[in-house]
Design a protein around this ligand. Structure first.
Ligand code: CAA
Ligand code: NAD
Length: 299
């Protein structure tokens, strides 16, 4: 164990593998590639990977335009970053040469445990394994991992290229070397890091998600309309998006996974309660912006 951790502390991260290439995985791939890392983006379907590469390309162009400050746009920025990203539909072969593996698949404990068992088997023993979970306890996810010293939470925010925060979360078993390397990686991709105990929702989601569900309850009680609640929080509290806009942006399926998990694990906490309206929208396939409709329509 001492030999592995010592070796890991000296190892620089060069190759990053990202498992799951939806909203978050594609953003994490983008920021890693534009910061100079070699990236392999993994998903179960070819179409999803193609969609991810397209959205990364247009997001990189947006960043290049922003960096130009109205002057000449550096067209190499997007193409050089894109050239650092490979795609794969095979988790085991794609993680084999990675120094850091970030899991950003759907928010489901059994799926994540299964993925990490497979990732640990297929990866180098010195590779760091991180999860982008929004709400699950790391302690539960890492039950499937033998060497827990190399596992931690790396929680990004949507849209990844814009949001400056990265929550770096360690368990009692995460080694100091793993933790320090992840903080260093966060700095290398231009993020400000904060730390938090392995607790439900870490810092941001523990505050933000109960607030969003409370907004749905306010609407369900007919205290105010959705648009008035959104306007109120934007104009009265300075939030860039109102709670309904934000929920549509995050994805209603992701929010449902989060709340269902919390309700099951902490049934007596009044801050955690499912929403019949949100459940109904998810069952109708209205998942927010990503499907063109959620609380609002984007068609
Ligand atoms: N890629 C690259 N750049 C992007 C981008 C993307 N996907 N999205 C936005 N931008 C850039 C734009 O280019 C623009 O740059 P300039 O201002 O320099 O032109 C800037 O971001 C602002 O974008 P827009 O003008 O299009 O729109 P906006 O001013 O409404 O900002 C927003 C968009 C940044 C998303 C803003 O509305 C916002 O901050 N919303 C709140 C997001 C939030 O709270 N995220 C956290 C969600 S919780 C979470 O992620 C955790 C979880 O586990 C669920
Ligand atoms: P998403 O639905 O956009 O993407 C998830 C992707 O995982 C899909 O493309 C799916 O095909 C893929 N996937 C499912 N099973 C897989 C497997 N076995 N192997 C490889 N890929 C697989 O979801 P998202 O919003 O990107 O969320 C991903 C993770 O990030 C979740 O744990 C979520 O809680 C967390 N998160 C989400 C947000 C947000 O704002 N949406 C923010 C921070 C963290």
């Amino acid at each position: 164990k001492t030999m592995f951790t010592a070796k890991r502390s000296m190892q620089n991260i060069r190759n990053v593998a990202i498992v799951g290439s939806g909203l978050m995985g594609s953003g994490i791939a983008q920021i890693s590639a534009s910061s100079g890392f070699n990236v392999t983006l993994i998903d179960v379907k070819k179409e999803v990977l193609e969609r991810a590469m397209k959205s990364i390309n247009s997001s990189l162009k947006r960043v290049a335009k922003k960096q130009s400050g109205g002057g000449a746009v550096n067209s190499d920025f997007a193409s050089l970053s894109m050239a650092r990203i490979k795609t794969s539909e095979n988790v085991s072969s794609a993680v084999a040469d990675a120094d850091l593996i970030i899991e950003a698949a759907v928010e489901n404990i059994d799926l994540k445990k299964g993925l990490f068992a497979q990732i640990e088997q297929a990866s180098k023993p010195t590779a760091i394994l991180a999860t982008n979970t929004s709400s699950l306890r790391l302690e539960n996810i890492c039950k499937a991992i033998d060497d827990k010293t190399r596992f931690a939470g790396l929680h990004f925010f949507n849209p990844v290229p814009v949001m400056k925060l990265l929550e770096v979360v360690r368990t009692e078993e995460t080694s100091d070397e793993t933790y320090a390397t992840l903080i260093k990686f966060g700095k290398a991709i231009g993020k400000t890091t904060v730390s938090c105990k392995d607790s439900p929702g870490f810092i941001v989601n523990r505050l933000l998600i109960p607030y969003c569900f409370e907004a749905v309850r306010m609407y369900e009680r007919e205290d105010a309309s959705m648009t008035d609640i959104d306007s109120a929080m934007k104009l009265g509290a300075g939030y860039p998006m109102g709670p309904f806009e934000l929920m549509d942006y995050v994805g209603l399926d992701t929010l449902k996974f989060v709340m269902d998990g919390w309700v099951a694990e902490y049934p007596d906490n009044p801050l955690f309660a499912a929403s019949p309206l949100l459940d109904a929208l998810v069952s109708e396939g209205k998942l927010g912006r990503k499907t063109g409709e959620g609380f609002y329509s984007y068609k």
